[in-house]
Design a protein around this ligand. Sequence first.
Ligand code: ADP
Ligand code: MG
Length: 590
Amino acid sequence: MSRIHVLSEHLTNMIAAGEVVERPAGIVKECIENSIDAHAKVIEIEAFQGGIERLIITDDGIGMDFEDAHMAFMRHATSKMHDEQDLFNIQTMGFRGEALPSIASVSKVEMMTNDGKNGTLVRYEYGDLVCEEACSCPLGTKLDISGLFVKTPARFKHLKAPSYEFSIIADLVNKMALSHPDIRFKLSHDGRVIFQTSGNGSLEEILYQMYGKEVAQNAVAFDEMDEDFRIHGLLVQPKINRATKYFMFISLNTRLIRSVKLQKAITDAYENYMPLNRFPIVVLNIEMDTQLVDVNVHPNKWEVRLSKQNQLIELIKKTIKNTLNESLRTVEVKPKVKQVIEQEELDLVYTMPEVEPIRKQNDFISKQFEEKIYVKEEPVVYPVFEERKEERINTGSELFKHIKVLAQLHDSYILCENESGLVIIDQHAAQERYHYEQIQKCLNDPCTMTQPLMLPIQIHVTSDVMSRVNTINRNVKYFGFEFEIFGEDIFIVREIPVWFQNVHEEKFFEDLLDLFKEEDEVDMKKLRKHVLSTMACHSSIRFHRPLTMQEMQQVVYDLQKCEQPYHCPHGRPTVITMSDNDLRKEFERG
Ligand code: ADP
Ligand code: MG
């Protein structure tokens, strides 16, 4: 007897469901995509108990007639593709004809749809058609899905707490809204509206809804193209950053995608502005010829295969860098009028219940890291170059033109004037930026120049670090560092690179070795960033320190020479300005 047989349609649907509808958010994604393909202008998503109990997705799209409403639940039935040619030129979100039958195989589904002529109701229960009849309903389609995975306990077990499942849905709907700003989205959980967009096409507005005013106000629009791609969207200024990569949204021909390579292009472009292990908030929309992209890589359609990917990466990097350079001008101080926090505003700012504590925790940890104090006790002597010529300081960008140092404020800020008004420089941040760029230049090549120390530096280490001395040395050799075992729990360093000065060495090495506690091999980039930002901070003049006129001029001069003078390596501003106009207004001279 033959052992091989063809699986029943019900079984194949359930297998497909494994890939397409792993969890409630997967269903929401498929349904929203169907609504988008049906040209909906308004899409409403109602979730109950994280979508585990019930999900209702309503749209005002073109709907279906009786026959299509029946066909929609057949496996591999689609209105979106006809022949082979279409597969290489996909213009719609869906094309596989799998979502509805998959969903219907693992839940109870009631669909009401109206194509402008007739209304139809179709009901499925765990793969069985239980009802198909005419009904009255508004134009568009409404899917009411309940009892998810009740008959597939193995899947049910994998669902997490409702609040977690909902946070994934919310995240998805946010991203969908960002990739379709012209559609009105409304999301509610257990009857409470959580997120809502107006569909007026404004990305800033959606960002505002998601993360609040500060993020939206610090978002900069970009729009660039080359012969194959157009990229546009929003970049949030690096001073606002996140501990995870989840805040970079990429869409390709309005389809949300996940791409490690494109994400890396974004983080690379931000690199010089970001503290270690922090990530930007970016909305990146890519438009390209559909024939140059293969979206048929995985059933859930998150991944795509791109032709000319490297060209796209270059365009992304270049555009982001340029946009950041241009926009990271100085922060203008606007006189603060009374700050009224409107309750409505607060209500709208959506927070993911489970993700938020993690985010807060991460923020706390990285803040601790950023604020560690390494500076040695004796003040850094600030080198002043006597022969500096006046005209040199008059070149450079607009801000530094004819800049003149006036005074120092509270041993911390350098007050200057230029042609347009008052310029205030944070002496520590300015120096940090300068040293960062200087050290960055030193690190461009492997270190060859070291100097022996009179007294070797000793560092106490734990046994796990001790046992990995060879790996660690292999990793840090580039910088000219080498650790030697000295007794049971001590490393010593006998030589240091020539550029390694004015640093609390022990503290620096302890922190460097800490990086190896978490991972065996620390990647070069992470190490470089660590060395760079801690060095830059260590060797800078302190925030509270009186400076002579000459020293202040030198700080301004050094800052002016920087490639990115307006922000310190942690993304905070180095300079703020207040224009004559603002001053006049403040003093009510009209
Ligand atoms: P696909 O989207 O890949 O075609 P689906 O199983 O998701 O497959 O949907 C099957 C078909 O049902 C679609 O091709 C479309 O014609 C129809 N359909 C599904 N949802 C809607 C909707 N919200 N409005 C109008 N038609 C829909
Ligand atoms: Mg679909």
